[in-house]
Design a protein. Structure first.
Lengths: 311, 389
């Protein structure tokens, strides 16, 4: 147990936890927007991969991580446009379309990666970080907590922004109405389909950004299937956070720690099989779902396409 | 009971498309419509996939010719037939739950757990016990492992209405991990460098049909298709599943024990997927390697929907995919593409399927193909609706 409290272990755990948590945070934040509006986005995994591939490609070809992040947003959006057209405008089954987007994202990024790089996995440099003066010099954890790429701080700002939009603006109210009682929103003279479309596009952009962060900052490269189910973890985080952005941040960090425990443990003398460790986040989620089975909340109109004048 | 059943069936017939009141077409026309709507997505996906190949600088015609050569000609059909056995059983497992309106997306974990157990216990059980008894036990072990792995999601769904898509997926990731731990731990064959289980001797694998490399597991899968079809269409249990799938409130109203049906359909689904693993390991692979995952389930899903959750209709679709997959692996190697290209084809089939279903429904109702929302979206994509209305 003493091995667990060394400084190197703690810094590796926290720093790795944040690196793993940021993609989850962006993606889960996006999912909570579209879940609020009544669209369950099973295609997140595919959108993350599209964002990761295009983000990596952008950063690699254009030599700028910011252009990479932008390309990642575009990648996520491309998946979201398909989702919005098919399951919002046309009202097709959200789950079937979502599965298709996930499969397409997995397949196409793997094919393109192979076509582009012929079996090589070129890396990127380490991204620049911004240290917060003062705080980053706190002993033990200061450096790993407060010396992050700029996007991390922006992401935390985004959490607050979305929380503010949800809580106080009419956009937030419209979103919630689209998921809780779309008829009421329609009766109030606001297009349900438009609200849901914007929600899905926001989700796609954020999932793409999350994927791009995973590739550019987390792995410094793109490998096929690199998300390994993080899109699904993000859905669960959004469900457990009940659509509250601040809880999205907290639970992303907890799951990020779960994901980074494996690497951190390699610095200690404790020897646990990597298979056990890679199962940890999923076991944590199942435990959370069993314990708080009645606590997770989903809007009543989730997964139901809105048809004006339908039953 | 009959009256209740008939009433329920009437509800089922009326409910799939709200607002759809269609003049009944003739039998021939209905057949024709079903065939067109099932085949069109496949053809469109192959065309779109061909365009993608062109964009990647490949020749789509020679790619598809290579698929045909590898999957059908010169004995390729035998490999395709062997691949059909696990695919069919997984398809049946999915049909059982999908009919009840439940999503079991945990097939990977259920399959791999079953496979790991069969490959782990197989060599010693087959060496000591009489072969038929050993087969029976191994099939049961794999089936029960698959069924057990659905139990937590089933109970959470039945009692607390926890979304089963999430729970089955999470259990799947855990199942894949447990299978890996089993293969690298208690079941590992230490005489080989790569972590894998001991190999079942060739003579103890499922016997082949005379003169071919096709094992009897394929017949077993086809038999299971008939049995499941009977169960779903000719028994009260099948009707209960269908009523639950069509409308859970109706199901409760006509006195169906909804919790029991949810749990039992999950268990059947997991059982069939576990048996698929047993057939595959005992018929084809003979051992399981660590981190091995054939990923059958993802690719089966579109064909289950195209067959309209009908076990008999799923057979030709699975045969088609088995050829595509067997030949596609070879064709992709020749073209120097990753085999993940097949995932793109499968995704395209799913997308075209939903679109064609939608167009067909609009056509049946005599309406325009475009919904008001879509028309509006095309006309004014980014205008703020709020001020416009």
């Amino acid at each position: 147990v003493n091995g667990l409290l060394t400084q190197s272990f703690l810094t590796a755990l926290v720093a790795g936890g944040i690196v793993a948590a940021v993609p989850l945070m962006f993606t889960a934040l996006g999912e909570s927007v579209s879940e609020r509006a009544g669209v369950l986005n099973i295609g997140l995994e595919g959108m993350m991969l599209l964002g990761a591939y295009l983000g990596f490609l952008g950063a690699y070809e254009l030599h700028s991580e910011w252009l990479g992040f932008l390309a990642g947003v575009a990648g996520g959006l491309s998946g979201a446009i398909v989702m919005a057209l098919l399951s919002v405008s046309m009202g097709l089954d959200q789950i079937v379309v979502g599965i298709a987007i996930t499969l397409a994202g997995e397949g196409i990024t793997s094919v393109l990666q192979q076509a582009q790089f012929k079996g090589k996995f070129p890396g990127l440099g380490n991204p620049a970080t911004v240290a917060i003066p003062g705080l980053s010099r706190i002993p033990v954890l200061g450096h790993s907590l407060f010396d992050q790429p700029l996007l991390v701080y922006l992401g935390i700002g985004l959490l607050a922004l979305v929380a503010w939009v949800f809580r106080t603006t009419s956009w937030g109210l419209n979103l919630r109405a689209a998921g809780e009682k779309p008829e009421a929103l329609d009766a109030a003279g606001i297009s349900v389909l438009a609200v849901r479309t914007y929600a899905v596009l926001t989700t796609g952009a954020l999932a793409g950004l999350g994927g791009a962060y995973l590739a550019i900052v987390g792995a410094n490269t793109f490998t096929p299937f690199m998300t390994q189910g993080q899109g699904f973890i993000a859905i669960v985080i959004a469900m457990l956070a009940r659509g509250k952005p601040l809880w999205v941040g907290v639970s992303s960090f907890v799951f990020g720690i779960c994901l980074s425990i494996g690497t951190a443990l390699q610095l200690t003398s404790i020897n646990i099989s990597s298979d056990v460790i890679s199962m940890l986040p999923y076991i944590a989620i199942m435990a959370a779902l069993i314990l708080f089975a009645r606590g997770s909340y989903l809007p009543p109109a989730l997964c139901l396409p809105y048809v004006r004048g339908g039953k | 009971v009959v009256a209740v059943a008939l009433e329920a069936e009437a509800t089922v017939d009326a409910s799939p498309e709200p607002g759809a009141r269609v003049a009944e077409p003739t039998r021939m026309a209905r057949w024709w419509r079903t065939i067109v709507r099932s085949l069109a997505p496949v053809i469109l996906a192959l065309v779109a996939g061909g365009l993608l190949l062109l964009a990647l600088g490949q020749n789509p015609v020679s790619f598809y010719v290579a698929v045909w050569q590898g999957g059908v000609e010169s004995g390729g059909w035998q490999n395709s037939a062997v691949l059909m056995a696990p695919l069919l059983l997984i398809a049946l497992g999915l049909i059982v739950v999908f009919r009840a309106g439940i999503w079991n997306l945990g097939y990977d974990g259920q399959y791999l757990l079953g496979a790991a157990l069969v490959a782990g216990f197989g060599p010693s059980i087959l060496a000591t016990w009489p072969t038929p008894l050993a087969y029976a036990v191994l099939f049961l072990v794999a089936g029960c492992a698959g069924a057990l792995w659905t139990l937590i999601p089933a109970v959470l769904k039945a009692w607390y209405e926890v979304n089963e898509i999430i729970t089955t997926l999470m259990m799947s990731f855990i199942g894949v991990g447990v299978a890996n731990i089993l293969v690298k731990g208690p079941f590992q064959d230490h005489s080989v460098n790569i972590p894998q289980t001991r190999t079942i001797p060739f003579s103890k694998l499922l016997p082949n049909l005379s003169g071919t490399r096709v094992h009897v597991g394929v017949l077993l899968a086809l038999g299971a298709v008939v049995v499941v079809h009977y169960m779903l269409t000719r028994t009260s249990y099948g009707l209960r599943l269908q009523v639950l799938g069509a409308n859970p409130r109706t199901a409760r109203h006509v006195g169906i024990n909804v919790r029991r049906v949810i749990v039992s359909s999950f268990l059947w689904s997991g059982f069939l997927i576990g048996v698929a693993a047993a057939v595959d390991v005992l018929g084809l692979w003979a051992y399981v390697r660590a981190n091995w995952n054939p990923g059958y389930g993802d690719t089966v899903i579109p064909f289950v929907f195209l067959a309209r959750l009908n076990p008999l209709a799923v057979v030709p679709f699975i045969a088609f995919y088995a050829v595509l997959s067997t030949g596609g692996d070879l064709a992709a190697q020749q073209a120097n593409l990753p085999t993940d290209f097949l995932l793109v084809l499968v995704a395209l089939i799913l997308l075209f399927m939903t679109v064609i279903e939608y167009l067909g429904r609009r056509r049946d109702l005599g309406q325009s193909y475009l919904t008001p929302g879509l028309k509006e979206a095309l006309r004014r994509p980014l205008v703020r609706r709020r001020s416009a209305q």
